[in-house]
Ligand binder design. Sequence first.
Ligand SMILES: [Ca+2]
Length: 229
Amino acid sequence: MANNGGCEHECVNTIGTFYCRCWPGFELAGDGNTCSDIDGCATANGGCSDRCVNTPGGFRCDCPSDLYLHSDGRTCGKVTSCSVDNGGCDHECEDDSHGEFYRCRCRSGFKLSENKRSCQAIDPCLDNNGGCQHHCTNNHGRAQCQYIDECSKNNGCEHFCENIKGTYRCKCREGYQLGRDGRTCEEMLGGCQVGNGGCQHDCYDQPDGGHICKCRLGYILAADQMLCH
Ligand SMILES: [Ca+2]
């Protein structure tokens, strides 16, 4: 129906006519079209033992910071012992030697949240790549290692590709260095390419990376191994 039948939320078709319906937590206003939030805190404080907070379409109970919300979502309780609601702990609850609440603990692979009650999974891959050589995936709190050879797919390396922990890097042949893009290889300038290697006449690059100067016929190399006389 055009314009949703004028209904703010839902328009329900019936035989020959229609009516408006609101989402849960809202009620239809007297005009039969608009919906307004039901104040869940208006009746009996929403059943909350302490603070009731009305929200659009719902409401929730809040507790002062030194109390915790019972699993019923209504009652605030002071934690005195693990025997009550597991001390409000998600996983393990520890009493002290007098049988009074001491602290919550989480099973391995989980850590205690800021509220000191609930436990949240630790991503095992954040710690030393989960011990994986290559890719680590968080499988419900356990590290799952995957071998992915990034070098086997197109990686953009100009010369070589080296597969390393969790990723890869490009490498270049001897005499070349990796460009700033981490992919291309640039020839390393040196030897005879820079200022003729300091030679007055001829310069010869050597396989060991060095270079030597030689003089043209009729000249001999000076003691500095560069000038000719
Ligand atoms: Ca409400």
